[in-house]
Design a protein around this ligand. Structure first.
Ligand code: PRT
Ligand code: ZN
Length: 218
């Protein structure tokens, strides 16, 4: 198996929350490909596209740099990366919300009350922008994981984290007070790939298939 230069390249998450739904979507639109564990990439047998399996955090960068033409990733990561990529279509799974949360007993109910406070997050760029747009000066503390325990540890007065069911917040006695970003799985493209006639026609064929499946699911 090797990468084909004429083929479109699509990066998807190798092993995580979006992996199963992403593979299912690709198979539902009729693409045939292998995806066993150790694989880094796979050729589609019936469509001019190769699929790369990578860490989700790397997808916006790979798309922006043209390592791949397309990527499927949470909008949260695309926004956080601040790269030159274009969102083509929401894919209707992986829904979650990037939220500001505080300890339930903090007495804080409005983000304005966080002026001068520390805010821990794995989304420092999105968090910085959210507070800057509202002219609320905060000290953003970048944390790579388990952000929800930082208020109890005294690291921060508030957090900005992804929420889906809300059980993680509840478990840590936190309540959400504002929304930074509504997210779901999306397909993104490299702008040069979109202006390439050959590639853009294959991209359009793929999007047409996605649209068929997604509108049928509504
Ligand atoms: O290994 P790799 O780097 O590829 O994966 P990862 O571990 O960085 O990401 P992964 O697989 O956890 O998440 C991939 C994407 O799924 C995210 O970028 C989001 O777009 C989407 N997604 C949807 C979520 C959630 N829902 C979610 N609930 N990502 C993370 N969470 C976490 C959240 O951070 C918090 O810790 O789940 C916890 C909260 O969940 P609830 O249900 O208790 O609210
Ligand atoms: Zn990741």
């Amino acid at each position: 198996v090797k990468l084909n230069g004429d083929h479109l390249k699509l990066a998807i998450q190798k092993d995580g929350r979006l992996t199963e739904d992403t593979r299912n979507l690709l198979r539902t639109v009729g693409l045939q490909f292998d995806a066993y564990k150790q694989r880094l990439f796979s050729n589609c047998r019936n469509f001019p596209m190769d699929i790369l399996f990578v860490r989700d955090d790397d997808i916006p960068e790979y798309v922006a740099e043209g390592v791949v033409d397309l990527g499927i990733v949470g909008r949260n990561l695309m926004v956080e990366a601040e790269k030159n990529v274009q969102e083509l279509m929401p894919l209707n799974y992986g829904q979650c919300t990037l939220m500001v949360a505080v300890p339930a007993d903090s007495g804080i109910s409005d983000v304005k009350q966080l002026a001068g406070c520390k805010v821990a997050t794995s989304y420092p760029n999105s968090t910085q922008r959210f507070f800057a747009e509202r002219d609320i000066p905060v000290n953003v503390i970048p944390i790579s994981g388990s952000v929800e325990i930082t208020p109890a540890l005294g690291v921060a007065a508030a957090i900005v984290d992804l929420v889906s069911t809300g059980s993680s917040l509840k478990l840590n006695d936190l309540v959400a007070i504002d929304t930074v970003l509504e997210s779901q799985s999306i397909i993104i493209a490299n702008p040069n790939s979109l202006s390439n006639t050959h590639k853009s026609s294959i991209i359009e064929r793929l999007l047409t298939r996605f649209r068929g499946v997604l509108s049928a699911a509504e």
